[in-house]
Design a protein around this ligand. Sequence first.
Ligand code: F6R
Length: 244
Amino acid sequence: MRVSVHPTAEAAAESAAATIAALAARGGLRVLGVATGSSPTPVYRALARRRDELPELQFPDLTLFALDEYLGLPPGHPESYRSVVERDAAGPLGISPDRVHLPSGADPAAYDLAIARHGGVDVQILGIGRNGHIGFNEPGSSFDSRTRVVDLDPSTRLANARFFSGVDEVPSQAVTQGIGTILEARILMLFAFGAEKAEAVAAALEGPVTERVPASALRAHPDVHWVLDDAAASRLSRSGRIEP
Ligand code: F6R
């Protein structure tokens, strides 16, 4: 496990983009698992800038698998995760929409099979909820859960209300990769920025490994990189911190 702490989200994103670009240059990035929300957007922006500056760094064959998708939004809704992934990640990275996969509530199990058919996820980008969720695996989710339909925690709907006109507009259900699905990715990179994530980060990294804190499951993964800013790392003990 690596934990790197950076002065700002932008510095963290630049460092992570350099790691991902180096992997791509070595031919080790065919499938990228993408999270939505605020945390990964500086990373997608930093990767897109590198692609603009380096003609040799292009991603025409990269396939994207989203972590999750809301249920119940009309097709094309700007906050559906298909729209968000196409706008924030696929577009800036020059990836065609037919290489962007999202789970379907009608057949969640098909998603795990599709990931397997593509050879598995090389790098999975993750954020963390204030309640410790990863994907939409809310506290209590089993560590061996697979892609499935879930109810969103009221606190998650409240946190995501900022993307909608109000909390009532936030869907109450989603389909998410399971924790077991996420743990199968070869490399995990979790991004957490801001003081509001500090408690969840400390619980996941230094508290007990428990289904009450879904992100604590990552401690069993052999290649996980926690990419934090100072504020998100502020509740870690010094011994838990490894500077970049
Ligand atoms: C998004 C996702 C969620 C978010 C988490 C943090 O696809 O699966 O787990 O990563 O809710 O969201 P932000 O980054 O907006 O704070």
